[in-house]
Every structure is written in C-alpha cells, then in structure tokens.
Design a binder for this molecule. Structure first.
Ligand SMILES: [Zn+2]
Length: 343
C-alpha cells in the first residue's frame, strides 16, 4: 500500500528516522493492537499508539471516568467524567488521529472473555490493574499466539517485559502465583504520572518493534523503573520449565460460559458482560426500549434510564455499566431486562 500525501506529511518525522521506512509505516498502519485498560498506563500508551498511526486499536476497559483519574489518565478531559473510559478514549483519540480505527470494548477482561475480546489483534499491550485480568490476558496471548507487552506500575515503581509465545516465558513463569496486594493499590500509595508515561513509552516502543518485524528489546528481559531515584534496571528472565500455563496444552485453561459476568467498579457501579462477545444493534434495541424507558442514543452506546436513580449504559459488544443497582444480582437482572428483554 502506498501512503497518501497527507499520511506522508502526518508521519513525516517518523519516516525521517534512521532505519525507518515507508514499508515499516505501512506495517504499523496494518497492525491491530489490543490495549487492555485505558487507565494510568493505558492512557499514555493509547495517545502514543494513536499518534504513531497503528491501524486499529481495540480499547478494552470496564470502568467509567472519574475526577481522580484525570491527573494521570491523559486521554480524558474533565468533561468526560461519568462516561465509559473505552468510549471516551475512542472519541478523544479519533479527534487526534482520524486515520486510526478504534474499537472500544467496555468489558472486564477475564478467563471467559479474554480470547473473544483479544482475537483479531496482532499485539497485546498491558494497562491492566490486577493479576487476575493479566493471567487471562497471558493465556489468551498463548492461545492466540500474539505477543504480550506486559507492564505494571504503582507508586514510583514499574516493571515492563515482552512475552512472545514460543520464544520467551510467559507471565506465569515470571509472576508465579503472586496475588494483588490490597495494601499496595494506586488509591492507597498513589502513582506517579511521570512513571506511567515512561513505562507507556517503553511499552509502545516494544509494540513498534514487533509491528515492523524487529526483535523487541524486552524479550526475556525485565525492565524496572524507579522514578524516586530515576533508576532504570534490566534483569534477564526466561521460561520456567515447570510453568503450569505455558508448559501445558493451553486450551485446557480456557472456558467459555453462557452466564453474564459481573464486576463491581470503583465508582460503585457494576459492569455486566455477556458470557460471549455480542454484536448488538443499538438502533433496534433503542426502539424496543423506547416505549418503556427514557433512552438516550449516543453515537457508540445507549443510556437507558430505568428510574431517576438507575441507569444502564449499553455497549454494542453486549456489556453494560449499571448505575444505581443495590447489588450484583440486581445489576445482572437489569442487564437482562435491557439487553435481552427478560424480566
Ligand atoms: Zn509460563
């Protein structure tokens, strides 16, 4: 594919780089990235991925934008507060680079949906905030044979490495059975915005190398960043011969289910995701619901007001953010009522 004059102008400073060709740019423009998480790491990563001109970016995030996010989640504006992060990020980034196709997917990544959500991507970039979600991403990376650029950061510390199925170990090899430490969350110990931007820059640098067919620098290497002393360190890592994930037939680890899964969000809302990825016709859904509820048809999602206290925001992939439900069970009931028409 030949670049248009406008693309050549837009990407001129990339094309002028030593060892970077139009052919490389073309590869980037034909690469799909699954950005998992549009929060502290996801935001600066997304800005770079979009600006650089990756062809298609799946933006996967389960949450909605809050005031305390804006300090580091640079993809959002203050008037995005209350919007689903995946949708708000797609809207804002499309203004920055309309050449890129964005697929916002508002789900909580887990073992049941990870493969469906990530399928079709060429590279996974990690902006997740839990080991549970990362383990699901790791397994999907192995099943789908997609490189997984891992990063995690809290307070002043970040870790980054790249897992390539068949060539390196996997997340389980490095992290073992490590669990999330509830006393070490961003909300409790804080997180430095500059740390996140540095880590995101490294992640996207890895993604560019993978896209253009070069060896990423962090394959079999773990990079650590400490912005309290501004230290950058590197450690050799590898595959654990007894790894219970990448040393076993990976299909064994993946199950699909029919029941919706529900996650309580920091904002006290619930994210309800259908067991399988759906393709909802939002116009049809709006028409069906219109006689019973107040329905606000936004460009990429529907906001259904059940009563003044209860609101269901429905995304086309078959997931919803339910605000005002007293518990998870009630949230699933509301999801079924709105998405499936079941009372
Ligand atoms: Zn492994």
């Amino acid at each position: 594919m030949k670049l248009t004059d406008e693309q050549r102008e837009r990407y001129s400073r990339m094309l002028a780089l030593r060892d970077f060709s139009e052919d490389n740019m073309d590869k980037i423009m034909n690469t799909t990235v699954a950005m998992l998480g549009a929060g502290g790491l996801g935001s600066p990563s997304l800005r770079l991925l979009a600006a650089i001109g990756f062809g298609r970016i799946k933006i996967v995030d389960r949450d909605i934008v809050e005031l305390s996010n804006i300090q580091r989640q640079t993809v959002f504006n203050t008037d995005d507060i209350g919007k689903p992060k995946a949708e708000a990020a797609a809207e804002n980034l499309a203004l920055m680079n309309p050449e890129v196709h964005f697929d916002p997917v508002c789900v909580s990544i887990d073992d049941e949906n990870a493969i469906d959500v990530i399928r079709g991507a060429d590279i996974i970039v990690d902006g997740l905030d839990s080991f549970k979600a990362r383990r699901a991403a790791n397994k999907a990376s192995l099943v789908l044979n997609i490189p997984y650029v891992f990063a995690g950061g809290v307070e002043y510390y970040a870790n980054i490495t790249t897992f390539i199925p068949g060539q390196t170990g996997c997340l389980q090899c490095v992290m073992g059975d490590a669990q999330d430490n509830p006393e070490n969350t961003c909300a409790l110990v804080g997180v430095s915005p500059t740390l996140l931007s540095l880590a995101a820059g490294v992640e996207v640098n890895e993604a560019v190398k993978i896209a253009i067919g070069r060896k990423p620098d962090l394959a079999n290497r773990l990079m650590t960043i400490d912005t309290s002393t501004l230290s950058f360190d590197f450690f050799d890592i590898g595959k654990a011969s007894d790894c219970e994930v990448c040393s076993k037939p990976i299909e064994d680890h993946i199950e699909e289910k029919d029941e919706p899964s529900v996650t309580q969000l920091c904002s006290q809302s619930f994210n309800v995701s259908a067991g399988k990825l759906m393709k909802l016709d939002l116009d049809k859904l709006a028409k069906r619901l219109d006689s019973s509820y107040h329905v606000d048809r936004k460009k990429r999602f529907l906001v259904v007001t059940i009563d003044p206290e209860v609101r269901v925001t429905v995304m086309p992939a078959g997931n919803a953010i339910v605000k005002g439900a007293p518990n998870a069970e009630a949230a699933v009931k509301l999801f079924r009522l709105v998405v499936e028409g079941k009372d």
